[in-house]
Write a protein that binds this ligand. Structure first.
Ligand code: ATP
Ligand code: ZN
Ligand code: MG
Length: 296
């Protein structure tokens, strides 16, 4: 970690975030949100007119997430919703008010990535037409990775474009977005590089797959220096899942073959932070091109 960059973020932080008593959980200031709104509109301008828009809540069905084996792939990141299961309103109050000890898991988990809820929805609609499907989704996501660093939050916003269709369609979509990301980062005047990601997309049980993931180039990331130039932060990811979700949810094309899927994910809070880390806290001093792009 570079001390200079570290100090820079520490100086910026009070203008952007209010710590909410737990690491990685922040209130965002009006200044930060102005930039997030600009980013949100910018990404919408890149949306294909045929894309179906869905906004997901911060929780999702536990059964649906379990079907993807998330609990085995990323057990360290998963969070569940625990509740008291009281019967009737005359329930006596808990001894010592220790509701947490008396709570148990519910049918909900906190959404770990914005695209997970879309696949079961597609599956429920039956066979996918030849032209495939496109979605624009977002969710407040949760991952249990508490950190003092502002680029690693427990609760953060993720926007995604998702492609469902043939192998060519899914792979083509991902290739197209790898191109577009250059344009987008250029418009925002950000230093960046795009690289293959080596962290296993399919998690722990996919540890073996990690090697072949790099070989097969299933995941790329757009990396921007925030805390460190040597270890820049992933602000977008470009994922080709092959038929992973197609087979999990038994999603077929019209002639019966499993669909392939791909997604491009925008880490909204990381992109916002990257902009401030690069251009500073004074919006009026940002490069003209970035200000125009974001409508600031
Ligand atoms: P990392 O390797 O940094 O943990 P990731 O590979 O886990 O990232 P993805 O699963 O691809 O990230 O999630 C899509 C995007 O969501 C990331 O590119 C990033 O911008 C954002 N993101 C992921 N985890 C966090 C987090 N803890 N805090 C803020 N943003 C995050
Ligand atoms: Zn996704
Ligand atoms: Mg991660």
């Amino acid at each position: 970690m570079s001390q200079a960059l570290d100090d820079r973020i520490a100086l910026l932080a009070p203008a952007l975030f209010h710590h909410l008593g737990a690491d990685g959980v922040y209130a965002r200031t009006a200044l930060f949100e102005r930039v997030i709104e600009g980013l949100t509109k910018l990404i919408s301008r890149y949306r294909d007119p045929s894309a179906e828009v869905m906004r997901f809540p911060p929780v999702m069905s536990r059964a649906q997430l379990e079907r993807t084996d998330y609990q085995n792939n990323f057990p360290q990141l998963l969070g569940g919703v625990c509740c008291l299961h009281l019967h009737g309103s005359a329930e006596p109050s808990l001894p010592g008010g220790d509701w947490a000890a008396a709570a148990s898991t519910s049918d909900l988990v906190v959404t770990p990535a914005a695209c997970y809820p879309v696949y079961p929805l597609v599956a429920a609609r039956g066979a996918v037409a030849e032209k495939g499907l496109l979605f624009d989704v977002s969710a407040d996501c949760f991952r249990r990775e508490p950190s003092r660093q502002l680029d690693r939050l427990q609760s953060f916003r993720m926007r995604e474009f998702v492609r469902v269709g043939s192998a060519e369609q899914a792979f083509g979509f991902r290739s197209q977005w790898l191109e577009r990301a250059n344009e987008l980062a250029g418009l925002l005047c950000l230093n960046y590089r795009i690289d293959k990601a080596s962290d296993p997309f399919f998690g722990r049980t996919g540890q073996l797959l990690a090697m072949s993931q790099v070989e097969q180039s299933l995941k790329y990331e757009l990396l921007i220096p925030i805390y460190s130039s040597e270890r820049p932060t992933a602000c977008m990811s470009f994922n080709y899942h092959q038929d992973h979700f197609g087979s999990t949810w038994q999603i077929n094309g019209k002639d019966g073959e499993l669909v392939h899927t791909a997604c491009v994910a925008f880490g909204m809070d990381r992109l916002g932070l990257a902009l401030f880390a690069t251009h500073g806290a004074r919006l009026d001093l940002w490069p003209e091109r970035a200000r125009e792009t974001l409508g600031l």
